[in-house]
Ligand binder design. Sequence first.
Ligand code: S3P
Length: 432
Amino acid sequence: MKPLTSHRAKKLSGEITVPGDKSISHRALLLASQAIGKSEIHGLLEGEDVINTAKALEKMGVLIKKKGRVWEVNGVGTGGLSEPEGILYMGNSGTGTRLMLGLCATHGFTSSFSGDASLNKRPMLRAITPLKKFGAEFITREGGLLPVTVIGTKNPMPISYELPVASAQVKSAVLLAGLNAPGKTTVIEKTPTRDHTELMMKYFGFDISSRGGKITITGQAEVSRKKITVPGDPSSAAFPIVAALIVPGSEIIVKNVCINPARTGLYTTLKEMGARLEFLNIRENAGEKIADIAVSYSQLSGVRVPAGRAASMIDEYPILAIAAACASGKTVMLGLEELRVKESDRLSAIAEGLKYCGVEVSKTENSLTVTGAKKIPGGQVKTHMDHRIAMAFAILGMVSEKPVTVDDGQMINTSFPGFVELMNGLGGRIES
Ligand code: S3P
């Protein structure tokens, strides 16, 4: 455990970029592995989660090299992975694991996956249930937990599947399995979730269509290598952005951030709270919308965040709760049941951390209400192996009366290497 202590900051200022988008980085590696030839990935997130996905692909015969800042992936073509020796260690990454389970389900070999203490508690049945329909078999611990062994099918059947939970990971697992099944695989989603898999499959030239929540991929196609540029992660940009909103006098710009509409619920919410926040220089690359985000210190007011917005900001509730603690009045966040199965039980971890820092907070099974205050005492927070809990509370320390100490800052490396240095470069005072 390596604690972090965050002290009250003066104003934050500067122009920064944040590391590459985590979701897009996983997909870039996985899809490049299924194309033929050497794809180049620029701006890949070099966080532990994504590196574990790269290592797993290497163990399945994909040659991956880093040249300077560019990652080269020698794709083996659709269905071209080979059986890995030993267990694939996925660290803290639910995304890497569930997406990889999808890819392996329709490869006719056996593979086994394991993770850290947090990942080994997270539900895998949500991905395994549809993947079995392709013909794959799975051996799991009680309750569908990791370690999981996948006996991939040699004769995959394409499937049609309606998602029972709003999950981009499950949707993507099915689409990735569909890549190596003959004919058309369809996923139906009632609530739109992030569509990076669909956009990148299209960019690679796979035959994929998406209309009214029905997504169909035609499998066993051959596509060629591509150059991919990964934009900055909006879920990482959220930390310096909320910091600038709550530390008086701040003004920052975060350049080159992905603003895919399925990811921008936090930004919509912050604007409703009164945030001075603007998307500048909006452009598009490989189907993904990108912008520079300018933000200045703002007087925030509490709002009601509807359940229908949860999918578009599912990773942002820890940092929204910090903004809410600094706003006037109450912020009510609804439809949070999925927060229970993230890197930690985030609903409880947020509520517990706020309480330890002297903020008024209440929770139900699937909602959170935070009452803002002018003065926040500060305190000691448990991160429960959750990178976003660690970063969110480090931001709270920038405005609290006494410092905020989080018990372990190490998990931050899973998604945001260089977080402390970047925040301190803006004017923060985080000590590790
Ligand atoms: C992700 C989807 C979301 C999100 C996770 C990344 C993805 O998870 O929380 O950080 O890349 O598809 P769910 O699919 O479980 O909602």
